[in-house]
Design a binder for this molecule. Structure first.
Ligand SMILES: Cc1cc2nc3c(=O)[nH]c(=O)nc-3n(C[C@H](O)[C@H](O)[C@H](O)COP(=O)(O)OP(=O)(O)OC[C@H]3O[C@@H](n4cnc5c(N)ncnc54)[C@H](O)[C@@H]3O)c2cc1C
Ligand code: FES
Ligand code: FES
Length: 1373
């Protein structure tokens, strides 16, 4: 049989024909490295972030239509796109050719901050639009379509709201709302149908949150308090009237060559690579023959299992077969018994087929179909479902597969075939899976199809899933239940199947429990009996993989309870003889309240007399948002390869505490293409040092490793694949050392603390305060760490110049100056020979401040030693293992208070888990001590802190820097106070809140304090009291769903401490009038460059579009501080202002001489007069910092205040939650740019939401991080944003202490997400009261579904309690 060796496909309309493709290459690799299309990004390589999303289009010759799908290029093998058309972000628009409507809207709506996720999100939206207009049947997508389209995309910066707002303008709901608006009001389109799409448009139904018509009174977003509006307010963050309409007829045509001929589709492919051969048979005979010859070969369809195994488990499959052209495997056939799906039918096609069947067939026939469709909604993201096939899910046999429990409970039939054995059909039941990822299918067999049967009258079928994050997450436990009744009344169970995933190495049937059901009527006793048997039948050993033992066991009973309530309700509806369950219990089977997201944003608009040219205070889009949306924005790894470039891969420790006995790099060096290996012995020991506060780190570990992920050495090779493969071959022999300390508890027991980190702050007399108190409570709370999860992982490129006498380093770092210094010290080269440059970062959040040298310094060493350019970009898992994150904290507190809630005394001991080295952890604990009391004036405080030394990666700066942890501990104590006194916690907060003139713990008196104002405005805007009443009423009516509400303040001190409280700027004016600015701050999405351009524009009185900031570089601004602590706009803004004023001063004579002249005239006149048109600016903030020895000084220049109110709903049986609303009021002075500032507020809030509720770092008992990527570490997704999300910037609060009366914003809003945590705690309190429990209880952070569920103690949790201690699969430090 003749086989083609050439891969042919189209990319952005251009044909690619390549006879030399390696089957191991992914489409992403091919796009980025072979076609130099770097717009498509690599964020995780495991299908979990969506940064690599592209559109893949094919022509369905049978249906005669083009099919457009979004897909993850990181998992798509390039061989799989043979005969198809790929569209990348570059293919749909550019700043030169014109932006596509999708690109324009995300950028203009401020939906792109660091921009690293933006191309992927653009392509998900684009693919949705194209899919809606395929076939000539143009329709607008609905809001629901949008929600589904973005299930597989993550953004760490924006908080998602602006992305949704921008794209909402492309939906049918917007169209309907807008056309009605135009018809009724004739007004132009403004900022969205903010009244929400569930309730209709505020512009048309006349209502926003019941407060009147936004359109009628001129208000656009949010409530309509006339008295709050200043005259001339312009309320829009972006003007939709400037959006170009989307016209699907203008889209590029599908390549005619692919449409006209089936040639490529019919080709038998055999692509031979160095290690792997790819076959694409076109008939079943060919496939069976191949499987006969290569029984160990893997069939690959979506590659969503195999791709992950190859990349992260280092598995090698030498023979791959792609069966998507074998018609038996892609057929869908409806028969009399059910619907038969070929094994390669994608999950998306199964979903749409079943949805059609549900619409067309009588309801009783489609109950299994409905369960599958419901489950598929929560199965991965859209990009995965578009390509992944049902056969892959079944054959992989994961114990947490979401479909296998359903298939087994429904007894689906599977058809298998082999060349020798012919066809056979097996029924899926408990015997199908024979062990972990093993089944009864023989190696030479191929799965042909699965038949999903119809259900019928008298048969009930339901499936359940609980994951850490509701969307795009694998199950913790799932279940599918089928019960069949006889025809009697009341009905008696004839047959039952109860199937569970996540409770054993395979999906399991609970046969004993099912047997209990048979022959019984549905009543309370049956429920009790089944639960008793279930809890015995599905045991889990204390160290079972996956952990969360009690929670998982509770889920099995909880799911069954939900099923039981549902069943009971269904039966009693038809059978009047049956007594129905009390209404309150029905909440068990109802889902959490869901609604379409709504939002509003308020900000102070510029005065009407502000010149149009002056951009300060205006919501101007991020200066590179448009380039980010088109993929033109260049990040470190987007730079094309340098001549002769090499790639470096780190060798990381696999032991947490051990002596390095020997390192053998020979197996790595023996690999073709490997050029060198470096380790500690290659460095002068005096230079093998890293560390910011103290030099307690080594570049390469010399004799002892103190955490897994510590750098031991580096392999340098001709390319990434070779370097990474070789680095895994370096043999390191270890000798374990003791003790192994991972947790704070263990560190305290071993007295393992970083030297000199004991800190204490006191105010008043704590002991006397306790004595005066009527009540004294004691408690403790623990907060887990947090991974930065910037979408762009750490990356560095070092290029030796001048034969190794100079070095240029391009790096994704927040602190180029520090990197320059560390490289200088490591290689012994003066700093003036080293230039560190940063164009932009794909997010950082503190994680690229002190941690980037871990990668960049070895890269620099290798480049100088080899005299060649060297690059390294960490894979996501490497980044998560090698670099640290936010410090876990433990707080032990004692609080004295009066019966009316006045707090008199507070004593708190804080411990942070610093990891193996100090890094910035001592500053983190200091910040926690200083700001930990949040916005409360407590007369007597003693606050102590220390950094625990453990065998974890070294933890570091993270947005908020200790304050979010310290504050949560205090807020927890306050919640306890309220619980003891039986009052609303808001009353305690109000009573103890700071005001002007109060003194902080470090003896600083507050001025210009606006906290009370923020609080009062938040109380009002959120309708707090009404929400509380409503939630109480809701809780009375519902036993198993509870609501909770919380309002709390925040107060965050701003400054960088001495001597890094300084900044420099360089302003260059060219004779064409254009201005180039460089300052010391890095642009990482926070809009710093945009704000600096705005400042320069105001001073120079020139339009922003002639001012440019190209990059941050140590050869322009020396000794710049890190871009950190929220203060970069304050510091750099003043430096830019200073430099611009110098220029302005120099131009003054020319302006005076020619007052009617233009900027260009004055610049040219000055030039001809030999006036210096470049100026440097400098600024140093006045506060000297705080002296911990003498306890003197003022650590903070000023404070940013805010308040937030959140309402949540929890599912008491699963621990799931939904944030129903969040209202934030933030004092940002006079905002330099309200769009950027609101973006920072929303983004920080969502990051805080992740910290306090979702993101959990889990480790093995030996210190290995389990959560090493988006698959296991869950940051918030699109669906996590509060259903109603309102942000207001406080008006009339100018800040005299920063540039143009503005305030710092980056960190302060993060802690406001505590309002969600304590709203959850409030809801749990209500659930506990059902079991007669009251008073304080401990809830550690994050409030994961497991913690929420187990805190809602009830009869189920009693059945599954697990003894503390003993072996465990995981630890949470
Ligand atoms: C980001 C992400 C999220 C995910 N989320 C979920 C989730 O929520 N729930 C869930 O259950 N799973 C999830 N998965 C797992 C995975 O997507 C599914 O198992 C999917 O159905 C696999 O299909 P595939 O076509 O991609 O399999 P592939 O990777 O192409 O193949 C998988 C395996 O099946 C075998 N195989 C495939 N077809 C046949 C056949 N016809 N005959 C014999 N053997 C065959 C292959 O040999 C291979 O070993 C997720 C995966 C990723 C990457
Ligand atoms: S890089 Fe492909 S999904 Fe993350
Ligand atoms: S803008 Fe989305 S990750 Fe930064």
């Amino acid at each position: 049989m003749s086989a083609s060796q050439e891969i042919v496909f189209f990319v952005n309309g251009e044909k690619v024909a390549d006879p030399n493709v390696d089957p191991e290459w992914t489409l992403l690799y091919y796009l980025r490295k072979k076609l130099y299309l770097s717009g498509t990004k690599l964020g995780c390589a495991e299908g979990g972030c969506g940064a690599c999303t592209v559109m893949i289009s094919r022509y369905d010759h049978e249906a005669q239509k083009v099919v457009h799908l979004s897909a993850n290029a990181c998992l798509t093998p390039v061989c799989a796109v043979h005969g198809q058309a790929v569209t990348t972000v570059e293919g749909i628009g550019s700043t030169q050719r014109g932006l596509h409507a999708v690109q324009q809207r995300i950028a203009a709506a401020h939906g792109s901050q660091c921009g690293f996720c933006t191309p992927g999100i653009v392509m998900s939206m684009y693919a949705l639009l194209r899919a809606c207009s395929a076939d000539g049947k143009t329709r607008k997508p609905s809001i629901k379509d949008l929600e589904v389209a973005f299930q597989g995309n993550l953004c760490r910066c924006t908080g998602y709201r602006p992305i949704i707002e921008g794209f909402r303008t492309l939906t049918e709901e917007w169209e309907r709302c807008d056309s009605r608006l135009l018809a009724t009001n004739g007004a132009s389109i403004v900022n969205g149908c903010v009244g929400g799409l569930t309730n209709g448009c505020c512009k048309t139904n006349g209502k926003v949150n019941g407060n009147g018509c936004c359109q009628a009174n001129g208000e656009v977003n949010g409530s309509c308090d006339e008295d709050e509006r200043a005259p001339g307010d312009m309320e829009i963050l972006f003007d939709t009237s400037k959006f170009k309409p989307y016209d699907s007829s203008q889209e590029p045509i599908f390549p005619p060559e692919l449409q006209l001929s089936q040639g490529l589709d019919q080709q038998y492919l055999m692509i031979k690579g160095p290690r792997v051969t790819w076959y694409r048979p076109t008939t079943l005979e060919q496939l069976l023959l191949l499987k006969h010859i290569h029984p160990q070969a893997r069939i690959v369809v979506g590659n969503t299992e195999i791709g992950v195994e190859v990349k992260f488990k280092n598995l090698l499959y030498p023979v791959l077969m792609h069966p998507t052209k074998v018609k038996e495997l892609v057929a869908i056939h409806q028969s009399s018994s059910g619907i038969k799906f070929g094994s390669s039918v994608t999950l998306n096609d199964i979903d749409s087929t079943l949805k059609t069947a549900i619409d067309r067939l009588p309801e009783p026939k489609t109950r299994v179909f409905k369960a599958i469709v419901d489950m598929l909604h929560w199965f991965a993201g859209k990009q995965i479902r578009n390509v992944a096939a049902v056969g892959g899910n079944i054959m992989t046999g994961s114990p947490i597969s979401d479909l296998n429990p359903i298939f087994i409970a429904a007894n689906c039939e599977i058809e298998l075939a082999s060349k020798d054995g012919g066809r056979r059909t097996v029924t899926m039941d408990g015997s199908f899976f024979t062990g972990y990822r093993k089944n009864i299918v023989k190696p030479n067999e191929v799965m042909l199809s699965i038949t999903v049967p119809y259900s019928h009258e008298g048969m009930f079928f339901k499936a359940y899933k609980q994951a850490r994050r509701r969307e795009d997450d694998i199950s913790i436990v799932n279940a599918a239940f089928q019960v069949e009744f006889d025809g009697s009344r009341p009905p008696v169970v004839k047959k039952a199947n109860l199937v569970f995933g996540g409770m054993a190495p395979t999906v399991v049937e609970a046969k004993k429990a099912a047997k209990i059901l048979v022959g019984r009527k549905i009543d309370a006793q049956l429920m009790e009996d089944v639960c008793n048997v279930l809890s015995d039948e599905l045991p889990l050993s204390p160290d079972a993989p996956g952990g969360m033992i009690a929670y998982r066991r509770s889920l099995t009973l909880g799911f069954f309870y939900k099923f039981f309530v549902d069943l009971h309700e269904n039966i009693c509806r038809d059978d009047p003889s049956m007594e129905c369950l009390p209404e309150r219990l029905l909440s068990a089977s109802q889902g959490l309240s869901a609604a379409t997201p709504q939002s509003s944003q308020y900000f102070q608009v510029v005065p009407p007399d502000q010149p149009k040219i002056d951009p300060i205070g205006r919501p101007i889009p991020h200066s590179s948002a448009f380039k980010q949306a088109t993929g033109e924005a260049v990040y470190c790894d987007d730079l094309p390869r340098f001549e002769n470039e090499l790639y470096l891969s780190l060798v990381l420790s696999t032991r947490a505490h051990a002596k390095v006995v020997s390192i053998d790099a020979d197996p790595a060096l023996a690999i073709e293409g490997v050029r060198a290996f470096f380790c500690a012995s290659d460095l002068d020991p005096m230079r093998n040092k890293l560390g910011v506060m103290v030099k307690d780190e080594e570049i390469f570990a010399s004799s002892i490793v103190e955490s897994i992920g510590q750098v031991i050495g580096a392999v340098v090779a001709i390319d990434q694949a070779t370097a990474q493969r070789a680095s895994k071959l370096v043999k390191v022999v270890y000798e374990d050392l003791h003790p192994l300390i991972l947790t704070i508890e263990e560190a305290i027991a071993h007295k393992s603390f970083h030297e000199g980190t004991n800190r204490m702050l006191t105010k008043g007399d704590v002991d006397a305060g306790m004595k005066m108190s009527t009540h004294v409570l004691e408690g403790e709370v623990h907060l887990g760490g947090q991974e930065h999860f910037y979408l762009e992982t750490n990356c560095a490129i070092a290029i030796p110049r001048e034969d190794g006498n100079e070095l240029e380093v391009i790096c994704s770092t927040q602190h180029p100056d520090e990197l320059q210094r560390l490289i200088s010290e490591a290689v012994g080269m003066k700093a003036n020979h080293i230039v560190c440059r940063v164009k932009r970062l794909g997010g950082a959040f503190g994680g690229k401040e002190t941690q980037s040298p871990i990668i960049a310094v070895p890269v620099a060493i290798a480049a100088l030693k080899l005299k060649r350019a060297v690059r390294c970009m960490l894979d996501r898992d490497e980044d998560m293992v090698a670099t640290g994150g936010r410090n876990p904290f433990h707080g032990k507190y004692k609080m004295g208070f009066t019966s009316d809630g006045k707090i008199l005394s507070y004593e708190v001991d804080l411990y942070n888990n610093a990891g193996r080295s100090l890094d910035l952890s001592s500053l983190v604990i200091e910040q926690a001590l200083m700001l930990g009391q949040n916005g409360y004036n407590i007369p007597n405080v003693r606050s102590k802190g220390v950094c625990c030394k453990t065998n974890l990666q070294s933890n570091t700066a993270f947005r908020g820097f200790g304050a979010p942890q310290g504050m949560l501990i205090t807020e927890n104590a306050i919640t306890d106070v309220a619980a003891i006194l039986g009052v609303d916690p808001a009353k305690i907060r109000e009573k103890n809140m700071v005001k002007n003139g109060d003194t902080m713990i470090y003896d600083h008196t507050l001025q210009n304090c606006t906290l009370q104002k923020c609080w009062e405005e938040c109380l009002k805007k959120s309708a707090y009291n009404q929400k509380r009443r409503e939630s109480e009423a809701f809780n009375k009516k519902n036993r198993w769903r509870k609501r909770g509400v919380c309002i709390l303040p925040t107060m965050f001190g701003i400054s960088l401490v001495f001597p890094i409280n300084q900044a420099g700027a360089l302003v260059l004016v060219y004779t064409d009038g254009s201005v180039l600015i460089t300052h010391g701050g890095t642009e990482m999405g926070q809009g710093l460059h945009t704000k600096m351009i705005q400042v320069a524009s105001r001073v120079l009185e020139i339009p922003e579009d002639i001012i440019y900031i190209s990059e941050t570089s140590t050869d322009k601004i020396p000794n710049a501080p890190p871009t950190a602590a929220s203060s970069s706009s304050d510091l750099n803004g003043m430096a830019v202002l200073n430099a611009c004023r110098k220029i302005k001063q120099r131009l003054k004579p020319y302006v005076a001489a020619d007052p009617k002249g233009s900027w260009n005239d004055w610049v040219n006149a000055a030039y001809l007069d030999s006036v210096n048109l470049s100026a440097s600016g400098f600024y140093r903030s006045p506060n000297p910092g705080y002296d911990w020895e003498t306890h003197t000084g003022n650590p903070h220049h000023y404070y940013t205040y805010g308040a937030a109110c959140s309402e949540v709903e929890i599912d008491c049986l699963t621990g799931d939650h939904q944030v129903l609303s969040t209202d934030i009021v933030m004092d940002l002075g006079e905002s330099l740019n309200p769009a950027i500032d609101i973006g920072q507020v929303e983004g920080a809030f969502m990051q805080g939401y992740g910290l306090y509720t979702l993101e959990e770092l889990t480790y093995s008992p030996t210190g290995m991080l389990y959560s090493r990527g988006p698959g296991t570490y869950k940051i918030p997704g699109f669906s996590n944003i509060p259903t109603k999300f309102n942000v207001s910037l406080l008006r009339g609060a100018p800040n005299p202490r920063a540039v143009y009366s503005s305030k710092a914003v980056g960190e302060p809003p993060l802690a406001l997400a505590m309002s969600v945590f304590f709203a959850i705690k409030d809801a749990i309190t209500s659930a506990r009261s059902e079991s007669g429990l009251s008073g304080p209880f401990r809830l550690d952070s994050p409030a994961t579904s497991a913690r929420i569920r187990m805190a809602c103690e009830d009869h189920i949790t009693k059945k599954v309690s697990v003894e503390e201690g003993g072996p465990s699969w995981n630890i949470i430090p």
